[in-house]
Design a protein around this ligand. Structure first.
Ligand SMILES: [Zn+2]
Length: 458
């Protein structure tokens, strides 16, 4: 089985040229002008379109028990949504409860995804408890191909780790060459501020912001920088939302900490006023919270200049009925603003089309950097012979509007409802097979593969 993509303008992190891409089975085997199609070859005309490497979302939640309920997507619905939006690989967070055995959690999450996902996937292993038994499990999980950890400095009493556990996790990560991704907020400050606000009768979704203001996130980042400095471990700050937190990361970086920063499409386009509209605002509650709009320019600039390496979603879909759990108590609103389906199109529209991000930086931050940081490059995140044939033929002339009515994410709302997009994938391939066409899923559920990764962060 072969596939030929003709006359597209290939754009990668460092190159831009018109050529044909020939794929045999699952792999790109040749890139050249005027490649002739052999018999039985599927030919796609990409004239007037870009061809990007498949996009990677390095931070999603699909199977997610949280606050007594479960996120709405399955691996089937999430992967279909990802693919129509141009995302061909996602990295899911394994979030065990504190009492769970890590290895069992890994097998549970892997079992949920295998045979159900239409796109390729891998995991960050959540470290929510650290003791000798857990350490043995983490070593085994790394041997099985998960080369990254996730720690929560927030969510005290649930996913959060103590400082002793953080130190031991980073020490192990350094020894194994594993990068540690971290949710940075000071858990005790969040808890005390939540108590204070609730005691004052401040219970609506708008108060969520005030329980986790920028200083709380900046303190979390500062804390992580200190521990990374002491251990030499490589760290990756997930969902960085504001200037104050970025400053702390840059201070760390300036003194030699090996740190990378991820931000989210939500933080570039939405602001805290969208969580303030009565209880409807609960739909836009996540942590860290949406910030003042003044942070938009800071984060766009961080992506453009390289202070931030990746743009993700922290996809975590809870429908409006589930959000009702937090009526009368904002601390009980399940967290998440789903955007797995829309990340690439919104980023292209507001980044590339409006001139904030050039095409190469767009590809780098939405695909290539995640592949490099998490041990997937050049299998993913590249267009070159030998790479997986994950390709996005992208139509920059498409015009459309985002709506929950037409989305494939299993959810009854979309926080970007009504926003226009100026660009959409025409064809999306996963390892040489067409999986999405013009907003429709045409792939194969269960074909997605678990991507085993080697540690690279020594
Ligand atoms: Zn997350």
């Amino acid at each position: 089985m072969s596939l030929l993509i003709k006359n597209g303008e290939i754009v990668t992190a460092d190159a831009r040229y018109v050529a044909d891409i020939f794929c045999e089975d699952e792999t790109i085997t040749r890139i050249d002008r005027d490649i002739a199609a052999p018999p039985d070859c599927e030919v796609i005309d990409a004239s007037g379109k870009y061809v990007f490497p498949g996009f990677i979302d390095p931070h999603v939640h699909i199977y997610l028990p949280f606050m007594g309920t479960y996120a709405k997507d399955t691996h089937e619905t999430a992967s279909k949504a990802a693919l129509v939006g141009g995302t061909t690989t996602f990295i899911e967070m394994i979030c065990p409860a504190r009492g769970d055995k890590p290895l069992e959690a890994f097998e549970l999450w892997l079992g949920k995804a295998q045979g159900a996902s239409a796109c390729d996937f891998t995991f960050h292993m959540g470290v929510t408890r650290y003791d000798d038994e857990a350490q043995g499990d983490f070593e085994e999980i790394v041997r099985r191909g998960v080369a990254s950890f996730k720690v929560f400095l927030a969510y005290k009493g649930a996913f959060g780790v103590t400082d002793e556990e953080l130190y031991k996790t980073l020490t192990l990560a350094k020894r194994l060459g594993v990068i540690t991704t971290a949710h940075c907020e000071n858990a005790d400050l969040v808890l005390e501020l939540q108590r204070k606000l609730l005691a004052e009768g401040k219970t609506g979704p708008a108060w969520h912001y005030w329980s986790r203001p920028p200083a709380v996130e900046a303190e979390g980042v500062h804390h992580l920088m200190t521990f990374a400095e002491m251990t030499g471990a490589h760290v990756y700050i997930v969902h960085l939302s504001c200037a104050e937190a970025l400053q702390e990361a840059m201070h760390g970086s300036a003194r030699g900490v090996k740190v990378w920063v991820e931000t989210l499409i939500q933080y570039l386009l939405l602001d805290r006023t969208s969580a303030e509209a009565d209880f409807e605002g609960a739909k836009n509650v996540m942590s860290p919270p949406l910030r003042d709009a003044s942070n938009h320019d800071v984060l766009w600039n961080a992506l453009a200049k390289g202070f931030a390496s990746t743009l993700a979603t922290d996809h975590a879909p809870f429908d409006f009925a589930q959000k009702q759990m937090g009526r009368g108590d904002f601390t009980r609103i399940p967290n998440g603003i789903p955007s797995l389906e829309d990340r690439v199109n919104l980023y292209f529209t507001h980044g590339v089309k409006s001139g904030r991000i050039d095409l190469h930086r767009f590809v780098e931050t939405a695909s290539t950097n995640a592949a490099k940081l998490f041990g997937l490059f050049p299998r993913k995140g590249a267009i070159q012979p030998g790479s997986d044939a994950d390709l996005v033929v992208y139509d920059p002339n498409y015009r459309g509007v985002i709506s929950a009515k037409t989305q494939l994410m299993n959810l009854d709302y979309n926080s970007f409802e009504g926003m226009e997009i100026a660009g959409r994938p025409s064809v999306v391939t996963v390892r040489g097979k067409v999986a999405a066409r013009d907003g429709k899923f045409v792939g194969e559920v269960g074909r997605g593969r678990f991507l085993q990764r080697e540690p690279t962060h020594f």
